[in-house]
Design a protein around this ligand. Sequence first.
Ligand code: SF4
Length: 407
Amino acid sequence: MNSLKELYKTGFGPSSSHSMGPAFAAELFLKGCPAADRYVLELYGSLSATGKGHLTDLSVGKIFAGHPLQILWKKEELPGHPNGMIFRAFDNQGNQMDSWQVYSVGGGALRDQKGAVLLESEKPPILYSHSSMNKLLAYCEDRGMQFWEYVRQQEGEVLEDYLRKIWLTMEDAIQRGLDASGVLPGGLTVQRKASSLYRKSRMSGLHSRRTGLLSAYAHAVAEENAEGGLVVTAPTCGSAGVLPSVLHYLSELLKLKSHLVVQALETAGLVGNLIKHNASISGAEVGCQGEIGAACAMAAAAATFLYGGSNRQVEYAAEMGLEHFLGLTCDPVAGLVQIPCIERNAFASTRALSIADYVMLTDGGHRVSLDGVIHAMSETGHDLPSLYRETSLGGLAKELKDNEIHE
Ligand code: SF4
């Protein structure tokens, strides 16, 4: 498994795989071949199917500003991943000077024929010694370690500074989203709700206040993401509201010091990393269970840690967070990261906290392990027809007709 820096990335929404990843790839290709007369980008599979709604063309266009760029939308998939791209550079005679086939594999990460691709600002990947939760549990138990201590042992103290900045970016996204109002772009006439949810929640009784505040914070980030704002992949842009919402809520409720929030991010990150490494966090590969399901598992683990849960209880919370989203399809209406994405962030954050409550009433004993659920999620995702994997060709995506979408 790689560093948590590759899981938690800061970037502009609305999609880590469809806008952030292609923008990173464009940056790298342009850097390697800056002086061509003309560039072509071919987008394949899911990038082609939902790229317009996910603002792929605009994200890449910003990087190529000042250079002639033609984007070709190809329905077919390339063999390596549903999110394939080929960049081409041509001279003034029309001769191809360079080309690069690369995949956006989720969470802003890239992979080409040689394997994982890193931006220059990223250090070579740190490889964790363990890649299964069962082995991790045994390792930590033998040494009396908590999960965050294991993360720190693997990555060193420098991670703390990085995660403090990640937390600030998450908090900023919540604040901006709570302050904003109006209609989100894209034609669905979806109104931002975070601000009114927040105000109404403050006036509610205890029970609905918790649901309302968690929903307000999750909406705030997800709406910022939908508008192309700065967010943190946790583990993706589409699911970026779940973990910040739970952490912000608990941080206010428990008056948490920032070092505890960092430890919670490490705990959640370990869970996200296991899912990313052993299955996928790409909606185009395994459906929304890999995005919202993974985010819920991470947030449930973080909340259980903050409640003072044991490693076994944290693992149980993560397992339930993912288990109860198994099979969740990715079918965004009009290819926009709005319906059902924004509400899913709200529901996953409230569910994450309910899971933590439930787990704390148990001793953490359970039959199906997190490793088992991750394996089941991977199999289920690959068995899902492509209609339900970020192509916007099936499910909810068909419910709104073209004449209900106002360009
Ligand atoms: S439905 Fe889920 S996986 Fe698909 S774009 Fe929305 S948040 Fe991402």
